[in-house]
Write a protein that binds this ligand. Structure first.
Ligand SMILES: [Zn+2]
Length: 247
């Protein structure tokens, strides 16, 4: 293939722009914020689960407490009624009197037991409440951290995308001047050779594969006409000659 030396040099400009685009895509893909966001999101899921569990415990114990307090109330009312009957002097039969007194005593013990249960539930409720409050605060903190990291990521992406748009525009201008067949070969090689299709021959070395040309290869390049498109024998990339090629 033949191409004017100036067109071959233009290919190096296109290559440099393509390298920049690849670097920008790599940067976009590997922003540290991506990993940070994944980790914050995992933490959010965990914290939300814990908060839901604590809130469930909080409402369960609130319900339990209401129920236990109403149990105490019933026992208290019944004891009050019994006491009233006893105080009224209406019950005179010794056997009934004894039974009434025994019931009052038994109700007092029962009330005592139920009040202990109420206290125990209250303690559990208070601790669930405190835990839910603490978890809600922790969750809020993580949420603001998530918002902060997301904003940081978005700013970085916007910056990269703007830079990439500029480079793509530069590339579009640069390829206009490159002959179609040379560009096609370059694109094909670039795809095959890890993003580098054209390399400078610099001080007898192919800058694509970094190998130094041997004497036979150098002689071939020296003998090639300036508009011959030379290829590296080792990596097959387009080798572009410049005044620093060491020929
Ligand atoms: Zn090479």
């Amino acid at each position: 293939m033949n191409a004017a030396p100036a067109d071959q040099l233009r290919l190096l400009d296109v290559q440099a722009l393509d390298v920049r685009l690849t670097q920008l895509a790599h940067r976009r893909e590997n922003l540290p914020e991506h990993a940070e966001i994944r980790s914050v999101e995992t933490q959010l899921v965990h914290q939300r689960d814990l908060l839901v569990a604590a809130q469930t415990e909080e409402s369960d114990t609130a319900r339990e407490q209401t129920k236990a307090e109403s149990d105490v109330d019933q026992v208290r009312q019944r004891a009050a009624r019994d006491q009233q009957r006893l105080d009224s002097g209406q019950v005179s039969n010794p056997k009934d009197l004894e039974s009434l007194q025994s019931e009052i005593a038994s109700l007092a013990r029962r009330q005592d037991d139920l009040e202990t249960v109420v206290l125990e539930i209250m303690e559990r409720h208070e601790s669930a409440q405190a835990r839910a409050k603490e978890l809600a605060a922790g969750l809020e903190e993580t949420q603001s951290r998530a918002a902060e990291v997301t904003a940081r990521r978005d700013a970085a992406l916007t910056e990269i995308d703007a830079e990439a748009a500029t480079v793509r525009a530069e590339r579009a201008t640069a390829v206009e001047a490159v002959p179609a067949d040379l560009l096609k070969l370059y694109e094909k090689l670039r795809e095959q050779q890890g993003g580098i299709g054209a390399a400078r021959l610099y001080q007898r070395r192919c800058e694509g594969c970094r190998l130094e040309l041997n004497i036979t290869e150098l002689n071939e390049v020296r003998a090639a006409a300036p508009d011959t498109v030379v290829r590296c024998e080792n990596c097959r990339r387009i080798l572009v000659r410049t005044p620093e090629s060491g020929l």
